[in-house]
Design a protein around this ligand. Structure first.
Ligand code: PLP
Length: 435
């Protein structure tokens, strides 16, 4: 199929809306990456989304590979999800009291995710991760936490730690407003570097509450783990009495029906979830071994709460989304279209003479403008970001909406067809030739 025609993208209305937004919202947005700062130009203002497409306020249509940063895995505005929401909405939008829908979604999560015996729903990935950190500390009665350079676990103070190179550095705050005392107990190491992790544990024997990681990195671009790395983390943490927490906010129900932990066959002690689990509504969750989760209030003393947690609309959207993902062939479809996409992109780019490396697992993909291999954030930093900005613009002009940052993974959905993929590759051929 032909590439979507390159148009002089009409953005008059987007520009007007954004100009006003700049006077109302910090930087014109409610979450920073949306502002297109790292790729240049102005953000596109969305009007509506449907299936694999998004439509902007100027009437432009794009094939979407952001999918609301992950949740839209069954396709935007899936009719079954919308219908279920419509039915629920007349029963009330928030109860602040227990409802049976919470049990339904909890059972689906517990049945699918190997590490989860008990789960607590919250309202975002950030909340899930900060609660899991509190729980790791409560359970072990230790304060330190080890995270990896380039992994994002939401914006809680303890996780906003400057990525230090080298084996491990004591964390320094990454953002003004985060007291040094909040990050003093945050240790960092290099992703995929097990030796580095061992050294951190040797230097902090019996003091580390837990290790948290993205089991497939999506927040430094797409970086898969080695199996030895994940196995090693499981061993090192168990030996030291520390906990292992997989942050599956991005990978959960995207990499496989039982999340990345099922895909790699490594069971952590705790898991955080978000994005897909809310089917496009604000939901996060953390769960794990029963004995650990029993510490959470009111079962135990570790306080954590939420006015809107377990919200009935959010539960309904999550239930329907996981139900659709549970049907035969769902993950096969994600793998097939995403493989076709990334292989097509890599072939097209290399044929045009660009140094590229990349890959995919199921419905998550990414590539870097560098020869590679990229195994950690430090490698990702070697990629050509200026070229990425021009690539992003070129694709946008041809009706393909990609994450506006070289440090983000891409996402496909059950709604993406081979035709959408082939149109994207055609567009990419034109753009690669221009770069
Ligand atoms: N953890 C990971 C791996 C994420 O990718 C994100 C968000 O992108 C978060 C945590 C934070 O989730 P939220 O944006 O819902 O607070």
């Amino acid at each position: 199929p032909p590439a979507p025609a390159k148009t002089q993208l009409k953005t008059t209305r987007s520009e007007e809306v954004f100009k006003e937004a700049l006077t109302l919202l910090p930087g014109g947005v409610n979450s920073p990456v949306r502002a297109f700062k790292s790729v240049g130009g102005q953000p596109i203002i969305f009007d509506h989304v449907s299936g694999p497409y998004c439509f902007d306020v100027d009437g432009n249509k794009y094939i979407d590979y952001v999918g609301s940063w992950g949740p839209a895995i069954v396709g935007h505005a899936h009719p079954e999800v919308s219908e279920a929401l419509k039915e629920q909405i007349y029963k009330g939008t928030s109860f602040g009291a227990p409802c049976e829908l919470e049990n339904v979604l909890a059972k689906m999560v517990i049945e699918r995710v190997p590490s989860v015996e008990v789960v607590r729903f919250v309202n975002s990935g950030t909340e899930a991760c900060l609660s899991a950190l509190r729980l790791m500390r409560a359970h072990t009665q230790r304060d330190k936490v080890l995270k990896f350079v380039g992994c994002y676990h939401g914006h809680a103070d303890s996780f906003l730690v400057q990525a230090g190179s080298g084996v491990a550095t004591l964390g320094l705050p990454d953002s003004p407003g985060v007291p040094a005392s909040s990050t003093a107990t945050t240790l960092t190491a290099t992703y995929n570097d097990l030796e580095g992790v061992r050294k951190v544990f040797e230097a902090n024997k019996g003091e580390i509450a837990g290790v948290i990681l993205e089991p497939v990195v999506g927040n430094s671009g797409f970086i898969p783990p080695t199996l030895e790395f994940l196995q090693g983390l499981r061993e090192v943490t168990a030996e030291d009495g520390a906990l292992l927490c997989f942050d599956e906010v991005m990978t959960g129900f995207r990499i496989a029906k039982g999340c990345a932990q099922e895909y790699f066959g490594i069971t952590p002690d705790l898991t955080t979830m978000g994005k897909v689990i809310g089917g496009g509504l604000p939901v996060g969750a953390y769960g794990g071994r029963r004995d650990i989760m029993q510490l959470v209030a009111p079962a135990g003393p570790m306080y954590q709460a939420g006015t809107l947690s377990g919200n009935p609309l959010a539960m309904v959207a999550g239930i329907k989304t996981l139900e659709i993902l549970g049907r035969p062939g769902a993950y096969e479809h994600l793998d097939a279209v995403t493989g076709r996409l990334i292989n097509g992109l890599l072939d097209a780019g290399r044929a045009a003479g660009h140094a590229l490396c990349g890959g995919h697992i199921s419905g998550m993909f990414g590539f870097f403008f560098t020869e590679g291999p990229v195994t950690c954030f430090e490698d990702a930093e070697k990629a050509d970001r200026e070229k990425f900005g021009r690539w992003h613009r070129g694709m946008l002009e041809r009706g393909v909406y990609l994450a506006p940052s070289a440090y983000e993974a891409g996402f496909t959905s059950l709604a993406h067809t081979e035709e959408d993929i082939d149109r994207t590759i055609q567009a990419a051929k034109e753009v690669f030739a221009e770069l």
